[in-house]
Design a binder for this molecule. Sequence first.
Ligand code: URA
Length: 219
Amino acid sequence: MHIHNFSKQNTILNTFVSEMRDVSIQKDSMRFRRNIERIGEILGYELSKKLSYKPTTIKTPLGVCEIEKIDNDIVLCSILRAGVPLHDGLLNYFDKAENAFISAYRHHKEKPESFEIIVEYLACPSLENKTLILADPMLATGQSMVATFEALKPFGTPKNIHLVSVIAAQEGIDFIENHFDKDTHLWVATVDEKLNEKGYIVPGLGDAGDLAFGEKLQQ
Ligand code: URA
């Protein structure tokens, strides 16, 4: 897997991530969502450098010019809930993309540290020969990403796959590396050290879905 971790460079991306982490700023849910969206835009721009391009002739009012334009059929797929603002950011740039949504949540068994991923809702176009961009802001254990990928398989075989996350745990990256093709790209704003006993990323930022959309009753 090709891993692109942008925290190694000093850019404004790190400012957006720091605002998402900061307990004195992250409770402003509009700013939290907007920061995820801005990160989606930046990572989308970065991943556009790996897409295919074809020369196109454009007519302007004063003449014609040759421009290389994206030649991929893109499907953006996001994992609900926290994937929604990341999806928005990617869609701001890949505005002609088709879209897929999937719900994947952790169903806790007896102990808080043991859970299985339940996939319930899935709406997806054909993926055959297309470029799949799979967005999940928090790549923690990696199980949701893999469960999503498995659930998408009946929709066709993508030509290439890009995974997009805001924060990943190294453990999650190690897990997904065993399940995705070696040509897959992972675009991530930053990689954190570890997971806690509940499978949350440390230092991370907490529950991205709750911070973006409000707390839920645990079921
Ligand atoms: N999902 C989150 O929202 N946060 C984590 O740390 C892990 C998964």
